[in-house]
Design a binder for this molecule. Sequence first.
Ligand code: ZN
Length: 351
Amino acid sequence: MQKSIERISGDSEGVFYEFPAFRFTGADKAAPSGYLQSALHAGELPGVVAIDALTPALNKAEAEGRIKGNITVVPWANPIGRAQYHFGEHQGRFHLGTRTNFNRAFPLLAAPDTALLPDTTFGTADQQLKTRLLQLSIGHDIVLDLHCDDEGLAYLYVHTSLWPAMADCAAAMAIDAVVLWSEDSDGTFEGATIMPYQNVPAGVAKFERRVVTTVEYRGMLDVDGRLAASDAEGLYWLLVARGVIADPALPAPGPFTGFVAPLENIDMMPAPRAGAVLYDVKPGDRVAKGARLATIVHTPGEVGGRTEVFAPQDGVILTRRARRIIRAGEDLLKLVGDKKSADARSGTLED
Ligand SMILES: [Zn+2]
């Protein structure tokens, strides 16, 4: 394993950021390569500890000569967000200097060619970071961006063009749900990773084996040794199943047993009032149309001080908020409906 230190210049003199990248060199040039990154949203840590738990298996495979394809691992993908504290609270989702989401505004290239990227020293610190992360990841056949939700199931965002070809990956990772998306005008990392391939002619074998996904490893508080160990096993199994690592002891993954839904089926459920949230449901619950999902206590102690929110259709609760204070219009939860949502915002990748 080789470790390199990537350096990003800050937005003022004397400030810079560093993050490590680890590389394993594959023995077989024709084997698929893998790129794993976590904590792009810098406070989302289940992927960080999963990668930490995975590393001994990668080192063992390397020592035994079983690494076939090149592997690049970036466990702390966002040193800028990692250092952002505002009045004692960590802020890892948006760059405080520009108010831009760290998982938006990635350069969208016309082809998978790092020569098309802007200069990595160009722009604000967050723009430099995005360019550098794409530069590190482009060219890999398998690109996994590890995130988490507030509270949630383990689920994947997958572009429609890669499904069901990636069902074995979802099975290997023991994922609960897969959300299929088709449009990304916002430049998420996943979108910027997959869009350059949209102009590649069909039938090119190298591109047909691609795996690209945003992995939502449950919730912010699911940073847990046992989950990290099982997630690491899942990541390892994926790498073996796709030929990046050789491990004859492992069978092929079985069928994917989670559920799959298009993004258009997700109801985001905005809160009608501001207040304290009393949830009736948790991630994984199946609900029927009309079932009460939550009650907002907005004027406590007064008649009519509560407002209830009901399921607009049958479905499964995918996520809910970790905090119980809410403003009017903020999303209470994600309900994966059995049918298309009436919510006009649905359709684009919403990590
Ligand atoms: Zn995230």
